[in-house]
Structures are given as structure tokens and as C-alpha cells.
Design a protein around this ligand. Structure first.
Ligand code: ZN
Length: 192
């Protein structure tokens, strides 16, 4: 892991081109500080890193939370750290550069708590097919991610777990004859 050229502590995340010969390799927070200074924004103290939350049945969920300050606004993003590196939950919020940053961080934490408690799928025992995952209440929400194994389809993440399009198709099989609606949202939007 190469370290940030400014703080010499955090991992490099941003490659900032200063001039034709000079590129700065820096961490997210140092990039945030530079952006804030350039734009005249006072940044509230924030410690990027791992934060732990209790979910269903007191299961611990670890999230790597980082801040992103850019000319469009201030955002916080939390990516679940899973033991095997598989995709987990991902939660993000964003507001304007003059927003209340403390409230925005609180909003992220509240959104994480809601997200890790919400389930769209459930496991059911069927006398014919055995254990199977079904849709709980006629509704599914999740996330689309880049699929490094097959770039023809994005990865599907529902309830913080990866599913194949075949698996989702099978879950929808019992809805033959029904209508459906598919709508996509930005990662920072709230889905009701
Ligand atoms: Zn740094």
C-alpha cells in the first residue's frame, strides 16, 4: 500500500495532477482538505475509518466510512467490510457545500442503521424445492455494481448480498401475469 504524499498516513486514493510533470498521490481526506481550502469551505472534524453498527440479531456490521468533498457538494460514503471481500451494504449521503456537515454525518449513520435492518428477501422451506430465497413483500431494492467477471451484466446486491440475475429471475417466477416497475436511483438518494 502506498502512503499519501501529504499526511504519510493513509492509503493513496486520489491522483491529483498539479502540472504536466507533477502529480500528487494523496489520500481522500488530504484531497478533501485541498478542495475545501480552494473553495473556502470550513470542514468539520471527521475521522475516516472503520465504524461498527449492530444489525439484525445483534450481528456486527463494519463500515469503512469516508468523506468526499468536491465542487458539487459534500458526501459521506460507507462501504461494508466483509470477511471474504464480497460486496456488502453500501450507504451514501450527499448535500451542498454549505450544508450542516454534522447533521449530514448523522443522516449517514441513521441511513446505515435503517439499511442493515431492512430485508427484501426471506428464506422459505418449500416441500417441493427445499430451502429457497423468496421476495418478502412484492418489492425488491438493491444495488448494481461493476461485474469484473462478466461485463455484460452488472452485479446485483440485495440485502447486502450478491445474487445472480438467474436467482432474481427465479424469485420472480411466482409473479407470472403481474406487472412490474424498474427504476434506478443515485446511491445517495433515499429509497422509500
Ligand atoms: Zn493524506
Amino acid at each position: 500500500m502506498s502512503l499519501c504524499e501529504i499526511c504519510k498516513t493513509n492509503a493513496v486514493r486520489v491522483h491529483l495532477t498539479i502540472s504536466e510533470e507533477k502529480t500528487l498521490h494523496i489520500c481522500m481526506e488530504c484531497n478533501n482538505n485541498l478542495t475545501a481550502e480552494f473553495m473556502g469551505i470550513d470542514l468539520e472534524p471527521f475521522e475516516p475509518g472503520i465504524y461498527e453498527f449492530s444489525g439484525v440479531r445483534c450481528n456486527k456490521h463494519k463500515f469503512d466510512i469516508e468523506r468526499n468533498v468536491n465542487p458539487m457538494g459534500i458526501g459521506y460514503e460507507a462501504s461494508e467490510v466483509t470477511e471474504d471481500g464480497r460486496p456488502g451494504f453500501r450507504v451514501a449521503v450527499m448535500d451542498s457545500v454549505d450544508c450542516n456537515q454534522q447533521l449530514l454525518l448523522e443522516k449517514l449513520k441513521a441511513k446505515i442503521k435503517t439499511t442493515i435492518f431492512k430485508r427484501y428477501l426471506k428464506t422459505e422451506m418449500s416441500p417441493y424445492t427445499g430451502k429457497q430465497i423468496i421476495i418478502k413483500k412484492n418489492e425488491v431494492a438493491g444495488r448494481l455494481e461493476y461485474n469484473d467477471e462478466n461485463d455484460k451484466f452488472p452485479k446485483l446486491v440485495i440485502d447486502g448480498q450478491e445474487f445472480s440475475w438467474e436467482e432474481l429471475g427465479r424469485m420472480l417466477n411466482s409473479y407470472e401475469g403481474f406487472q412490474f416497475q424498474l427504476k434506478v436511483f443515485d446511491i445517495t438518494d433515499d429509497i422509500e
